[in-house]
Each structure stands twice: as structure tokens, then as C-alpha cells.
Design a protein around this ligand. Structure first.
Ligand code: NI
Length: 137
């Protein structure tokens, strides 16, 4: 069982009021859970920078009609087969595709893959969401 420790935090009233409004907008029911998430997020960010193992998703939007595009995309993904866990492809409309690529690996490898994909001509938008199992968080 995980040990939970209570601790006191002193804050200026204005700052606390603003925080309470913020967590209400984000649907938190209490401050503790909101503060826990803030701390976890900061620790995850630190892990990204420390070159540890991260997990996440790369999202791509592209027009599949571009010449040689699909083959190029496939080749890149095969080059990064050690980083890519799975890929989901959605045909958004007649022209556009959405691809969600689940990734796991070193920050540097995941970021490199995202950058290469973003640079392919025909890719309209990419986003990279990096997360972590945050062992012990
Ligand atoms: Ni498609």
C-alpha cells in the first residue's frame, strides 16, 4: 500500500482564489488531486529531459493523394519499428487521413520520429503527446 503524507502549503489569498477557479474549470473536486496532477506533470516533463523511457502518441493529418506519400510514410515507420507500438489509421474524408501512432522509447528517438514525419511533404499537421509511466509518481 502507498503511504500518503499530508503537508501544509502557505499561499497568498489571490493566488489560492485563482487556483481554486482554475481547478473548478478543470472539473477537479478537490485541491489535493489537482496538486498531485501538477506535481506529476512537472516530474514527467523532467523525465522527458532526462532521456528516460517515455510513452506517447504522434498524430498526423495528411492528404493520401500526394505522389509516393504513403510509401514514404511506411518506410519511415519501418525505420522506427522499435519505437512504434501500434498505428491506427482513420479515413477522415475523401482526401484526408488521420493517423495515430503509439510510441514508446527514449525521448530523443520519439522526438526524432515526430520531426521526420512532420517534415514529409503532404503532412498537414502533426502533434506529439509525450507521457510517462512515471514510476513512483
Ligand atoms: Ni486514409
Amino acid at each position: 500500500m502507498v503511504e500518503v503524507i499530508r503537508f501544509g502549503v502557505s499561499l497568498e489569498k489571490d493566488l489560492l482564489d485563482a487556483f481554486d477557479k482554475c481547478i473548478k474549470r478543470r472539473e477537479y473536486t478537490n485541491r489535493s488531486e489537482a496538486i498531485r496532477d501538477l506535481i506529476r506533470n512537472e516530474l514527467v516533463k523532467e523525465q522527458w529531459n532526462e532521456e528516460k523511457e517515455i510513452a506517447g502518441a504522434i498524430i498526423l493529418i495528411y492528404d493520401h493523394h500526394k505522389r509516393d506519400f504513403v510509401e514514404k510514410l511506411m518506410n519511415i515507420q519501418h525505420d522506427f519499428h522499435k519505437v512504434i507500438i501500434s498505428t491506427q489509421h482513420v479515413h477522415l474524408d475523401h482526401d484526408n487521413c488521420l493517423e495515430i501512432i503509439a510510441v514508446k522509447g527514449k525521448t530523443q528517438s520519439v522526438q526524432k520520429l515526430a520531426n521526420i514525419l512532420a517534415s514529409v511533404k503532404g503532412v498537414k499537421h502533426t502533434s506529439l503527446s509525450m507521457s510517462s509511466t512515471g514510476k513512483g509518481l
